[in-house]
Write a protein that binds this ligand. Sequence first.
Ligand SMILES: [Mn+2]
Length: 303
Amino acid sequence: MLFNTYEPWKFTFAQETSNLEDIKNQNFHDLSKSGQWGIIGVPFDSTCSYHNGSRYAPLVIREASYGFEKFNTNFQKNLDTIFYDFGDSNIINGNCKKTCEIVEENVTDLLTNNINPLIIGGEHSLTLGSIKALAKFYNISEITVIHIDAHRDIIESYQNEKYSHATILRRIHELNPKEIIQIGIRSASKEENDYVKNQKNIQTFTPTDLQSDFNKLINYLKSIKGPIYLTIDMDGLDPSIAPSVGNPTPNGLKSQDIAEVMKIISKKEIIGFDLMEVATNKLGDITAVLAAKFILDFLTLLP
Ligand SMILES: [Mn+2]
């Protein structure tokens, strides 16, 4: 029998069921086994400082995922990871803190069932909810956060708001993770740079650093011990390949840079992943297509 498998509200190749209770009750897969992932979209963009529209990204990225094959010719590997698509999280428009709390609650539900979170934003602030949930299951002082972004997002407050997509790495740093590795940075305030200079556990790799010595980054990533959380703001990429983002910033990363980072860390213990700040409501948008490809690459590379 032939089925039409195109369900644009659900990420391609996700397991057919998307109800956590069903998964638990019907034993679709042994949830005591690790290595299963759950997608949650978060259609929230209330604190965006420039182009909004990332609230539409979970839908557009899911739809874009249907353009790809299950076999990855770059990695010579099939997508065999078991993952579910649990749909979109509830949000509270205009309230970043409360929306992060909802994300935290949802991610906690997944982790309670041994499912790792894969968040599709939405704006970057939502990463906080995901990491706060992980901190209940892992020792936060052992977690390395790999942060791909044009911006540091580490200012104490932005427009007098402590909870904003511009401050979120500061809130995460306050939780005392082992280390934050910022890759792709090319825009920051002096205050942010001064803050980073005074911290031992924040590393920076600019696009220029990568151009002059990419192996330095590779070797640094290879040396990471302990659990890793990967968060990608799509504006880390160059706007020539990822124009539809909240804050496009010239002279950014190449898509191959992201694939290389993923290749290295996929051999390590990755506990969570999010992809943020795609801002478009247009089906087939090139930035959403690239975002869908990154998510597929990530899932394919997992052991
Ligand atoms: Mn950014």
